[in-house]
Write a protein that binds this ligand. Sequence first.
Ligand code: ATP
Ligand code: ATP
Length: 559
Amino acid sequence: MIRFDQVSVRYADAAAPVLRDVDLHIEEGELCLVVGRTGVGKSTLLGAVNGLVPHFTGGTLAGRVTVDGRDTAHHPPRELADVVGVVGQDPAAGFVTDTVEEELAYTMEQLAIPADVMRKRVEETLDLLGLADLRHRPLAGLSGGQQQRVAIGSVLTAHPRVLVLDEPTSALDPTAAEEVLATVTRLVHDLGVTVLLAEHRLERVVQYADRIVHLTGDGGVTSGDPATVFRTADVAPPVVDLGRLAGWDPLPLSVRDARRAARPLRERLAGQPVPPARPERPPTGSGGGPLLSARGVVVRHGQTVAVREANLDLYAGEVTALMGRNGSGKSSLLWALHGAGPRQAGTVRVAPRTEDAPGAAQQAARRGLFGGRRNRGPRGAVALVPQTPADLLHLETVAAELAQADRESGTAAGHARGILDRLAPGIEGATHPRDLSEGRRLALVLAVQLAAAPSVVLLDEPTRGLDYPAKQALTGIVNALAAQGRTVVISTHDVEFAAAAADRVAVMAEGEIVADGPTAQIIVSSPAFAPQPAKILAPLAFLTVDQVKRALAQLAGAR
Ligand SMILES: Nc1ncnc2c1ncn2[C@@H]1O[C@H](COP(=O)(O)OP(=O)(O)OP(=O)(O)O)[C@@H](O)[C@H]1O
Ligand SMILES: Nc1ncnc2c1ncn2[C@@H]1O[C@H](COP(=O)(O)OP(=O)(O)OP(=O)(O)O)[C@@H](O)[C@H]1O
């Protein structure tokens, strides 16, 4: 169905091609998962399938890509629209209409599908993706996850024979992700749809994949059945990490298979103390009062009440994960805490900083981020990295952004660069931020925002587009921020990341904080939020593979 013959893609000015002599043959009715480190070329591979690469992205493509027999060199994306449905990484960027219902109908209108068929498919899709309540809502006011569902729905309505999905679950809550993937799998099994899907949160998708295409980083790909490819791949979900650690063969890819294989491991670990998931931090000396204290916060967007009387205290040295369904109010709460977003009622108090980063206020003003009017705290004390971090980048090169961040936050030259290198090493200073992969661009924005050393750091969905090593680096950075006496709040749907990075989890539902406590206590018992190691080793309370590794090392040492 999809054929790559000796395909190479090179972007202008790049030292090496992103794809080099790639041969790939994907059968009709296969669900093929594309994996690899951040920036390795997954989106480029996906884009080549419908001709977006190189027709719209620039660069040159050598070799031949055919879809259902049509050569993409001679058929621009719009001539392939009846065969290939594409959902890109930034769903909002692809919207062409104003409301949910119009967007779901749009592609079908372009394909001149009869009105009665359109009507029926719109209704089906609204139900399938849980969008019925939102059908008349303007797209611009939807939460990130709601937008992602609409983008997926608008492609499904056209019933394409090939689906190309670039990180389709990155903004979805765990339950919604499962539902969307179940729907996609049903299309594959029942209708023979061919799916090419790139994803970083492999724990969500490997169990559905027939085949893995692994981009190895040198322009090449290896492709094969999942259990074989994951024996050696440089990215792997926790279930695979655990299987590799325990030496399970064959390598289990689902929690269910892993639970069977894990019986001996559970017996060995039983009675063994569970090591802490994060390094123990020294208690911080802020006098014990909260760095930020919110009371009775209410946020309304028109008719929608996004946050209802939320109370939250954030303490020095703490990393808090803010979790909850799509549209439950997480972003609205973060923006209200920050001060730049609307807040109809309640108070947000921010403790004065002990050390003030010089220049933070200018940086804030330039980036238009710190709405000093509403926020009682000192300007620059609260930093927020939004869901679409690209909005914060304005300069021509990575180096210019980093230098400006250093200047404005009054830190030594090279400080922001150091943060960036820990998150995503090897980014050239001369690169235009626009040409970075999503994951690398996020790393750049994080580096720029963190340079000013704010005391309250709010991160809205920071792990979208990040691979496992980058998430580990981010965990290290938030740990370091906490150890310096700052407080960090991370809104996230990434349960594995929350398990590894957060001390505390607050769960929102319908605008209220409905649970708030230590990470293990909140997530272990929750089917939606429990990470893979917890599910595999239950009733033992291990949250990460790293904890298992340390417990095994202790056992070995004790012998
Ligand atoms: N339009 C473009 N012009 C120049 N370089 C580009 C362009 N698009 C991507 N690149 C570069 O090509 C490489 C591969 O990017 P691509 O987006 O395909 O990676 P990816 O694996 O999808 O990354 P991520 O996992 O972060 O989304 C990166 O180094 C990126 O900077
Ligand atoms: N600018 C806006 N105009 C209208 N409604 C909005 C606006 N921003 C958010 N909403 C609505 O407020 C509710 C809460 O949205 P919010 O973005 O805070 O949720 P969230 O928990 O961050 O969701 P997600 O996990 O999908 O990002 C949603 O129903 C959303 O559609």
